[in-house]
Design a protein around this ligand. Sequence first.
Ligand code: DX5
Ligand code: ZN
Length: 215
Amino acid sequence: MKLAPSILSCDPLDWREAVVQMSEAGVDWIHLDVMDGQFVPPITFGDAVAAALCRSVKTPLEAHLMTLTPERHFEAFVRAGCRRVIFQVESTAHSHRLVQEIQRAGAEAGVAINPGTPVEAVRPLLQDIDLVLVMTVNPGWGGQEMIRSCLEKVREVRKWSPGVEIEVDGGVDPLTAPRLLEAGATTLVTGSFLVSSGTIAERIAELREACGSKL
Ligand code: DX5
Ligand code: ZN
């Protein structure tokens, strides 16, 4: 079981400090939410910020591209040092080709799927991708409640592929995390919970404890 905290809800002027704290807490990945103001309304940051954060820690960083044209900029994030690039299956007509291109560029390839997209959309890709990211909220903002029906999607993907890495993103906290793991998720993204009180290290410890120290 792996933990991939997101910086999205942290103060942007403290992002470097946030990734250092996450790294010191021993997380497996750090999750970067890249939004282009088109696929989703907010705009977050681009490859220059990703590169600065990648340089700050040894922990691998992954870019979650909530963008309309992932083909146009995935390479910049690989060059920035991101070890995994995840794009939204809804954002391209050629998802399989994009998986190949990301892997050829030297990164792991992940495919994210929105709550409203039938889970069958990722099935043909399962053999070739490194990870499925099941969105458990509608992308765009941190701090939303997990959409319960998405648990069923996780179970479905797990049934199709006993070995695939399944990441979940949205509304992950000490109450929802154990249920997501039980459904078959292997990597948890968490954002707003990390800044809900105290320190990032304390919140990570709380999440780990809620999951029976499996993270
Ligand atoms: C949502 C992003 C998430 C977000 C999760 O659009 O993809 O990664 O940061 O935040 P929480 O944990 O607050 O739902
Ligand atoms: Zn995300």
